[in-house]
Design a binder for this molecule. Structure first.
Ligand SMILES: NC(=O)c1ccc[n+]([C@@H]2O[C@H](COP(=O)([O-])OP(=O)(O)OC[C@H]3O[C@@H](n4cnc5c(N)ncnc54)[C@H](O)[C@@H]3O)[C@@H](O)[C@H]2O)c1
Length: 318
């Protein structure tokens, strides 16, 4: 939100969020003073509420970031993933048709492509890689992507889709790998690493993801899918060791735990299309990005404490 609200003072933004357990109002509280911004608490699966909001606000662009996004949760309880990620997408697109939205953008994930073998570094996901999912999370995102394609073809809804690799950066909820490692290391707690830690992810700084989405929404071709990747493949173990080293902590904190069910081996993204068509390029190297991110968490231990204590749930006052 900060990226676009600050970059486009002449545009008006409404941030809609249900503030589920993963939503932290503290992250966007400082935007309350901005005259080109408004926050609305609400659920994308609530058809009547969404209809009323679209009617009142007369949006011209809708960007759907809202999702249940944690793979482990999707293995324990798939149902909310199908509701939020698929039905929520349908509700937003139905309202987008009814209120003549000029562009509907779906924020998707590279996980819809499934995984790649560890021993074939030459293979990368392109936009033509078949969808082949592994987890209830990625399946729900893939289901939504297919629905977006269907709304384009059947109803001519002007859509675009972006599929991004693993994000990292400040303000990330401490259930994802990098903030989990930092918050546990700060407390000298054991850091769980799935299996042998060899699974590879392609890491991208959240700002580079946002820049990409913004470019696709403004200049991407309707009906197209664009991959966004970090060109930074690292095994989970490498990521954990890099962070521990920067924090001056011992690798003895690492504890290998039973592997995640259906754990994807490797993600790697080919972003040639968005680079060539729209001129997108990375502004962060993984080395600089991870240094800055670790330093941000170290300087904002109150932010982590506020989440761990559960106090963050009180941040939004209606
Ligand atoms: N984090 C990544 O590495 C990554 C990578 C690629 C794509 N994505 C995609 O980017 C988007 C954002 O990911 P994230 O990591 O910030 O997720 P997150 O789980 O940290 O945050 C999701 C946000 O959506 C809100 N939300 C959940 N259900 C809602 C509902 N029914 N109505 C309205 N709001 C709701 C939550 O309150 C929260 O603020 C998701 O669509 C995800 O699939 C994430």
């Amino acid at each position: 939100m900060h990226y676009v609200v600050n970059k486009y003072p002449e545009d008006y933004f409404v941030c809609l969020d249900a503030l589920t357990y993963a939503g932290n109002y503290n992250n966007i509280k400082d935007l309350e003073d901005k005259s080109n911004y408004k926050f609305v608490k609400g659920d994308i699966t609530d058809k009547e509420f969404i209809d009323k909001l679209f009617n009142e606000e007369k949006f011209d662009i809708v960007i759907n970031f809202a999702a249940e996004s944690h793979v482990d949760n999707s293995i324990k309880n798939p149902s909310i993933f199908l509701t939020t990620n698929i039905i929520g997408t349908q509700v937003l697109m139905d309202a987008s048709i009814k209120y003549n939205i000029k562009r509907y953008h779906q924020v998707s994930t590279d996980e819809v492509y499934g995984d790649l073998p560890l021993d074939r570094p030459d293979l990368l996901f392109t936009e033509n890689t078949p969808i082949h999912t592994s987890s209830p999370y990625s399946s729900s995102k893939a289901g939504a992507d297919l629905l977006v394609g269907a709304y384009y073809r059947t109803f001519n809804l002007p859509v675009t889709i972006s599929r991004c690799s693993n994000n990292y950066g400040p303000y990330q909820f401490p259930e994802k790998l990098i903030p989990v490692v930092i918050s546990k290391a700060l407390r000298n707690e054991k850091i769980p690493v799935y299996g042998n830690g060899a699974n590879v992810r392609d890491w991208i700084h959240v700002i580079d993801h946002n820049i990409g989405v913004d470019m696709i929404v403004r200049n991407g071709k309707v009906g197209e899918v664009y991959n966004l990747g970090g060109h930074s493949e690292r095994s989970n173990l490498e990521v954990v060791k890099t962070i521990l080293k920067q924090m001056g902590k011992s690798e003895d904190l690492i504890e290998f735990v039973t592997d995640r069910k259906g754990h994807d081996l490797r993600y790697a993204i080919d972003s040639t299309k968005v680079e060539k068509e729209l001129g997108w390029k990375l502004t962060y190297t993984f080395e600089d990005g991870i240094k800055e991110t670790v330093n941000w968490y170290l300087a904002n231990t109150d932010w982590i404490d506020n989440i761990l204590s559960g106090d963050y749930k009180e941040a939004y006052k209606n």
